[in-house]
Design a protein around this ligand. Structure first.
Ligand code: FAD
Length: 391
């Protein structure tokens, strides 16, 4: 097998693998790591309750209560607890899943996030206006990693995502736009698998966490397409962020902490107008060539509906922490799709860019997740392949 299969231009993009690795290592990864720790980017508003619109509860979905009781009572200030406990019996919440690593750690910050307007995203399913059912989650306390969520429940979601919404590629009749939807989902799936492998519960008895290179190899590296799709998704989302640079530069990152908020703004500026990025990879993905044919508008509607379904499927994920990251990352992808395809007069209902605060939080956190995955593949990929040589 070709040892250097990840060289040359990333398929359907405008930059090569080496440049992406280099830019990520030197510029993007360090910036994004700092950005996602800022108060603005670390709280994500999300509805985590189980209301799968496609099939009845399959037995895994008991984690709404589980997550509440698994967080130690003394962890949150009294004031923060109130909104989340609203409407729930407070005394006898019983854990039904019993996997601490699968639970979401809730931290609320009533001061964070003001001043953004709410506009529906035509690509996603979530109704952001229903505030009574939303809660803020501190993403720093809930890293995406191994949770033990596996088996038929998890498989059903991925099967539904692939078979119902974006048919297996390569299929000759798929057009460019449909291939892109598949590649985005596959790239996201690769990234999720890499995060599971990079932060894995190696020994339950001693609670030992570490890298599982076997898993990374078997889930992702053995299939060159999955790695290619990861790089593709990264460049696609990066293009969306840089395309929205002027909007994102002017946006408010106010959380009530002026020192931190200035830092957030400065980091955003460094990301959006980065001279190294502009010199090495000025156009990570060229969206202008899509939706061109006569079928363009009809195709866009179809793909938009498919992506909306994928977004809705995240409510069927039976592990709360997986649902959190699934929802965040699909919203991030939906935001990238909105930026690239629903502005500049192409979609008459959304001619000027308007983003929800939560969309921007999802977008930047998604870019960071993809950047982490690329770094992990770049640094550990060779070791994982070596380990699995001849097996
Ligand atoms: P799966 O990853 O479930 O894959 C199912 C099938 O999809 C594979 O057999 C293969 O045919 C195909 N496939 C796999 N990868 C790709 C790819 N990159 N491109 C194209 N096709 C592919 N588990 C955790 O431990 N932590 C999490 O944070 C987490 N988050 C999740 C979020 C979502 C939205 C979902 C649906 C699941 C999540 N899971 C998480 C579960 C995890 O993704 C796997 O489903 C689980 O680890 C079982 O893996 P598996 O070996 O059955 O293969």
């Amino acid at each position: 097998q070709d040892k250097h299969r990840y060289s040359g231009i990333v398929e359907d993009c405008c930059c090569d693998y080496e440049t992406v690795d280099h830019l990520n290592e030197e510029v993007l990864h360090p910036l994004l790591q700092d950005l996602v720790k800022t108060p603005f980017f670390r709280y994500f508003k999300v509805k985590l309750w189980c209301n799968c619109p496609f099939w009845p509860d399959d037995g895994m979905c008991r984690l709404r209560d589980c997550s509440v009781c698994e967080c130690p009572e003394n962890e949150f200030p009294e004031l923060f607890k109130k909104p989340y406990h609203h409407g729930l019996p407070s005394d006898d919440l019983k854990c039904q899943e019993g996997k601490p690593q699968a639970a979401v750690d809730h931290t609320l910050d009533s001061k964070a996030f003001r001043g953004w307007t709410e506009t529906d995203n035509p690509w996603t399913y979530d109704d952001e206006t229903d505030n009574s059912e939303m809660t803020y989650v501190n993403l720093q306390l809930n890293p995406e990693r191994y949770t033990g969520y596996t088996g038929p429940s998890a498989r059903r979601i991925w099967d539904a995502v692939y078979s119902e919404n974006c048919p297996k590629y390569p299929a000759e009749e798929l057009c460019q736009e449909e291939k892109i939807l598949y590649k985005l989902i596959s790239g996201l799936h690769s990234s999720i698998s890499i995060h599971i492998a990079s932060d894995y519960l190696l020994d339950e008895a001693t609670n030992l966490w570490g890298h599982n290179l076997d898993l990374m190899y078997n889930q992702v590296l053995r299939y060159p397409n999955r790695v290619q799709n990861l790089y593709f998704t990264f460049l696609f989302v990066l293009r969306a962020v840089t395309k929205a640079a002027d909007y994102l530069e002017q946006a408010e990152y106010d959380t009530g902490n002026p020192t931190e908020d200035l830092k957030t703004h400065s980091l955003m500026r460094q990301l959006l107008y980065n001279p190294k990025l502009q010199a090495a990879c000025p156009l990570p993905f060229d969206e202008a060539k899509l939706w061109k044919g006569q079928r363009g508008p009809e195709l866009k509607q179809k793909i938009q509906a498919q992506f909306k379904n994928i977004s809705a499927l995240m409510d069927c994920v039976g592990c709360e922490k997986c649902r959190l990251w699934g929802k965040l990352q699909v919203l991030g992808l939906g935001t990238a799709l909105k930026i690239l395809f629903s502005v500049n007069g192409e979609d008459h209902s959304h001619q000027t860019l308007e983003l929800q605060r939560n969309e921007v939080i999802a977008l930047i956190n998604l870019l960071n997740r993809l950047s982490e995955s690329i770094k992990f593949v770049h640094e550990m990929g060779a070791a994982a392949e070596k380990l699995n040589e001849g097996t």
